[in-house]
Design a protein around this ligand. Structure first.
Ligand SMILES: [Zn+2]
Length: 452
C-alpha cells in the first residue's frame, strides 16, 4: 500500500531558508528587504537543526516551549533554551536563538507525513501520528508565530513596520466556503431503513413514496448557494465524477454527474466548481487525469483548476507530484479529518515542498480548517450542537490575528434541516461569526490571484 520512500537529497540550510523566506514574503508582501541568514547578517538565525534534514526520521526532538506575546508556543530545533528567543541588538541587528526557519520548514514542507510510515484504513496520515496531536497544538498556527518573531526582527533591523497582507476591502482575514457534493439523492435512505428496522411499514412506505414523488432533501444545491450568498459569501462546489464505489468498497457519488449536470448547472449558477477526486485517485496520475477530463466534458467548463480529494484522500509521497503534473492551481484537502485546525500549522495558503527536486511544489495548498463531519461523527469528534462554535472560536481568532484564510467544508447534505447535530443551524452559527468579524468571503480563484 505505502509507496516506498524515494531517494532524497539532503536539504541544505540555504534551501530551507529560501523556501521559508518565500513564504514569509507571501505573508508580508511589503516587507522591506534585509539580509536574513544563518551566518552573520542584520537578522541572524541560530542553526538548531544539526543533521536532521540529512536523514529520513519523521520526527525531530520534542519542542521547547517559549512565551511569545502572551502565548506559550512550541519551538522545534531550539538548541539554546537558556538564551532569549529574540535578541534585539544596537546597530539594527537581531539574533533569533531558536531555529524558526528549520521549524517552519519542517511543518510547512509536510516532512512528518512524507517520512512517516503511518497510514489509516483510508491510506491517510493519521492525526494521532502527528506532532500537532503529540504536543497538543493542532488549533494554533505556530508557523505564523515563528513568522511573527521573524517580522519583529526585520522591523528592528530596518526600522520600518511590516504589515501583513490585507484581503479585499481591507478585510482583516478571509473565509473560503466549500461544498463537496457526495450525495444528492440519499436523504430518504436513513429514515426509511430505520422505519423498516423498527417494523414500521407505514413509515417505510411513506419514505419510499416521498422518494418516488418528491425531490430529495439533499438535491439542494440552489438552497446551498442561496444560503451562502445570504451572507455576502460565495460557494465553491466540488463535484465527484465517479458514481461506482472505490476498489475497497468505499462509496463515491450517489449521482452520475454527466446525467444530472443539465439540472445542476442552473442551480449553482456562476459559482466556482472544482474536482472532487474519487477514491484511489490520489495515487495514480492516469486515473486522476481521466477523472479531470470527464468532469470537463460533463460540465463544459475547461478551467477546473481546483481540487479536493473525496474522504480527504492524500498520499504525501505521490499526490503533490500528481497535482503539479496535471497543472492544478490549488488543492484544499489538507486538514485532519479527525480534528479541526491546522495540519501544517499555518493559516495562509502555501506551497508544499517537493523533496525529490528540493524545491517548492507549484500548486497552492489552501489548508482546510473545518469540516462538518469532523465536528460530529462516531469516528471523530462528538460535539453537541451548542459546543461547536465555542470549540472553533479560538482557532478562528488565530486566523483573524494573522490575517489568514479560514476554509470551511460543509457538505450539501448537511443543509438538510433533519440534521440537528452538524446541520444548517450550526453552519449558520459559523457564518454569523465570520460575518460579524468582517471576514472577506473569497473563492479559490480569488485566493490564487491575491496570493501569487
Ligand atoms: Zn467527498
Amino acid at each position: 500500500m505505502l509507496p516506498p520512500l524515494p531517494a532524497i537529497p539532503p536539504i541544505s540550510a540555504e534551501t530551507r531558508l529560501a523556501y521559508v523566506l518565500r513564504h514569509f514574503h507571501m505573508a508580508f508582501p511589503a516587507a522591506p528587504t534585509v539580509r536574513i541568514s544563518y551566518s552573520d547578517a542584520p537578522v541572524r538565525i541560530v542553526d538548531g537543526a544539526g543533521e536532521f534534514f540529512g536523514q529520513t526520521q519523521p520526527y525531530p526532538a520534542a519542542p521547547n516551549y517559549r512565551d511569545w506575546q502572551g502565548q506559550s508556543i512550541p519551538f522545534f530545533f531550539d538548541a539554546a533554551p537558556e538564551k532569549p528567543l529574540l535578541e534585539l541588538l544596537p546597530n539594527q541587528r537581531a539574533i533569533i536563538h531558536a531555529d524558526v526557519v528549520s521549524a517552519a520548514f519542517y511543518l510547512l514542507s509536510g516532512w512528518q507525513e512524507f517520512f512517516s510510515d503511518e497510514r489509516d484504513r483510508h491510506g491517510r496520515f493519521p492525526y494521532t501520528a502527528s506532532v500537532q496531536h503529540r504536543y497538543g497544538f493542532v488549533d494554533v498556527p505556530v508557523v505564523n508565530y515563528y513568522f511573527d518573531v521573524l517580522k519583529t526582527a526585520v522591523e528592528h533591523a530596518t526600522g520600518q513596520p511590516v504589515r501583513p497582507r490585507r484581503w479585499m476591502n481591507d478585510a482583516p482575514f478571509a473565509a473560503f466556503l466549500t461544498h463537496d457534493i457526495d450525495n444528492l439523492y440519499s436523504a430518504w435512505k436513513q429514515p426509511a431503513k430505520a422505519a423498516l428496522k423498527a417494523g414500521n411499514l407505514l413509515g417505510f412506505g411513506r419514505q419510499l413514496w416521498q422518494h418516488l414523488t418528491r425531490p430529495d432533501a439533499w438535491d439542494n444545491l440552489k438552497l446551498v448557494r442561496e444560503t451562502v450568498a445570504g451572507y455576502g459569501a460565495q460557494s465553491t462546489f466540488f463535484f465527484l465524477p465517479e458514481h461506482r464505489p472505490g476498489a475497497n468498497g468505499t462509496p463515491n457519488a450517489d449521482y452520475d454527474v454527466a446525467k444530472v449536470w443539465p439540472r445542476l448547472a442552473p442551480a449553482i449558477g456562476d459559482a466556482e466548481i472544482g474536482l472532487h477526486a474519487s477514491i484511489g485517485r490520489a495515487v495514480h496520475t492516469g486515473d486522476l487525469k481521466r477523472e479531470e477530463h470527464r468532469m470537463q466534458r460533463c460540465t463544459g467548463r475547461d478551467l477546473v483548476k481546483g481540487i479536493r480529494f473525496h474522504y480527504l484522500g492524500w498520499e504525501p509521497r505521490l499526490t503533490p507530484v500528481l497535482l503539479d503534473t496535471l497543472l492544478f492551481h490549488y488543492d484544499t484537502t489538507l486538514g485532519f479529518a479527525e480534528h479541526y485546525g491546522f495540519r501544517n500549522s499555518y493559516c495562509l495558503p502555501f506551497h508544499l515542498f517537493d523533496f525529490r527536486q528540493s524545491q517548492p511544489h507549484d500548486f497552492l495548498e489552501i489548508p482546510l480548517n473545518v469540516m462538518d463531519a469532523t465536528l460530529h461523527h462516531p469516528n471523530y469528534l462528538r460535539l453537541a450542537p451548542d459546543e461547536i462554535l465555542p470549540a472553533l472560536t479560538p482557532m478562528l481568532q488565530q486566523i483573524e490575528r494573522f490575517g489568514g484564510v479560514c476554509t470551511v467544508l460543509w457538505h450539501n447534505e448537511n443543509f438538510d434541516p433533519a440534521n440537528q447535530h452538524n446541520g444548517p443551524r450550526e453552519f449558520h452559527a459559523i457564518m454569523e461569526y465570520l460575518r460579524s468579524r468582517q471576514a472577506a468571503f473569497v473563492n479559490g480563484r480569488d485566493i490564487c490571484e491575491l496570493v501569487s
